[in-house]
Design a protein around this ligand. Structure first.
Ligand code: ADP
Length: 398
């Protein structure tokens, strides 16, 4: 029987989709609806190398995009093979510790968590609603970015703020990128022939958003993102950790509004803010090659702060079996991987330079190791496959 799942990742102005075989991970179709609600929205579709672009009318929104995607899936005679629709949902709060079949209670709970992710959860809910109408015969499954981190202990997830803010308003650390940290840790255990329930890893997901997670005996025990994805590492346009006093300084001394502070910290900081050039790591690396000092500084701060986080996670882990790089930067930037491993000199890791250079464009590999059996790996992530797998497993249970 087919195990094909339609995976939907509905963002505020874009929508990624794919049809994935939950057993093998094979992707039959993938695509992106982008610039939704803008002047020139479009849907890009790639069916096993055959690509086409469908232009939508100006201002077209998610509803129209999903209609086009559904029509394309039907036209390509792929619907009868589908067993479920899997939705990526950003914030599951404390309600969801794993993936679930969507019903009215689940929808209500996602709505209740909306205030924690005001940009993301409404878009995710819209995707769920439109897909439920379009595929009313198929089970709809929600897979949460936060769920994997629900195993964090209290001392890792609580902020040192008045406890009532947690009790009354849910202000705590939740963590994100959970499906990616989960996936690469399982892949790494298989690659290294380790029992995941006994393996200790640090996983660094470095994409436009970046987060690092401490995984003890297969479970997340700490992660760098917090109440929102702004905490932690330097990212493409997000600042990561700061002195919170800066916010008061900006508003009281420099007349920033709360909205302007939010914009500054989320959209104008990180690699872009320091380099004054780009949020894109490739552009920054090219600028470093031709001697751009601000670009070099951006990479130095990025790597130094990442290495400090990795080192700090030896506190909850004690023993480390592997450090794993993933995400667009982690999977491709041999320069950043090398700089980070050099900062971790106390681990006595020896870099295999040719393996480090070779691990890119979807290739995994062991790029460094030490005499205690600790290794550094590159493992390409595949969040869509996790969503397809969870959707297939839950569908079987119905
Ligand atoms: P998202 O978080 O949006 O899923 P990705 O995981 O695709 O993002 O990561 C995007 C980042 O990966 C960008 O900063 C991009 O420059 C970086 N990246 C992609 N390919 C390379 C490469 N060959 N070398 C360095 N950085 C790369």
């Amino acid at each position: 029987m087919s195990q094909n799942v339609l995976v939907l990742n509905c963002g505020s102005s874009s929508l990624k989709f794919a049809i994935i075989d939950a057993t093998s991970g094979a992707e039959y179709l993938s695509g992106l609806a982008e610039r939704l609600s803008e002047q020139s929205p479009q849907v890009k579709i790639n069916q096993q190398g055959h690509k086409n672009v469908i232009k939508l009318n100006a201002g077209a929104q998610h509803q129209k995009a999903i209609e086009v995607i559904v029509a394309e899936i039907k036209h390509r005679e792929l619907v009868s093979d589908l067993i479920a629709v899997g939705h990526r949902v950003v914030h599951g709060g404390e309600t969801f510790t794993g993936s679930v079949i969507i019903d009215q209670d689940v929808i209500k709970a996602i709505e209740q968590n909306q205030k924690l992710a005001p940009l993301h959860n409404p878009a995710n809910l819209l995707g769920i609603k439109i897909a439920s109408d379009a595929f009313s015969d198929l089970p709809q499954i929600a897979v949460f970015d936060t769920a994997f981190h629900q195993s964090m202990p209290e001392h890792a997830y609580l902020y040192p703020l008045p406890h009532t803010l947690y009790q009354d308003s849910g202000i705590r650390r939740y963590g994100f990128h959970g499906t990616s940290h989960y996936f690469v840790s399982r892949e790494a255990a298989a690659l290294l022939n380790l029992d995941i329930d006994k393996a200790n890893f640090i996983t660094a997901h470095l994409g436009n958003g970046c987060s690092v997670t401490a995984i003890k005996n297969g479970q997340s025990v700490d992660t760098s993102m917090g109440l929102t994805p702004l905490e932690g590492l330097v990212m493409g346009t997000r600042c990561g950790d700061l002195d919170p006093g800066i916010i008061h300084y900006l508003t009281s001394q420099l007349d920033y509004s709360s909205e302007q502070v939010n914009q500054l910290l989320n959209k104008e900081s990180g690699l872009l803010g320091i380099s004054q050039l780009s949020n894109d790591c490739r552009t920054i690396e090219q600028a470093v090659e031709i001697g751009d000092k601000q670009a070099e500084l951006a990479l130095d701060i990025f790597c130094y702060r990442l290495a400090k986080y990795i080192a700090s996670y030896l506190v909850p882990l004690g023993k480390l079996d592997a450090l794993i790089f993933t995400g667009g930067i982690g999977e491709n930037s041999s320069l950043i991987r090398e700089k980070v491993v050099k900062h971790l000199a106390f681990l006595d890791l020896t870099i295999d330079e040719s393996a480090n250079l070779a691990a890119r464009f979807g290739q995994n590999g062991v790029i460094a190791s030490n005499q205690n059996g600790c290794r550094v790996l590159v493992v390409p992530t595949n969040e869509e496959w996790v969503i397809a797998q969870d959707a297939a497993t839950l569908t079987e249970s119905i």
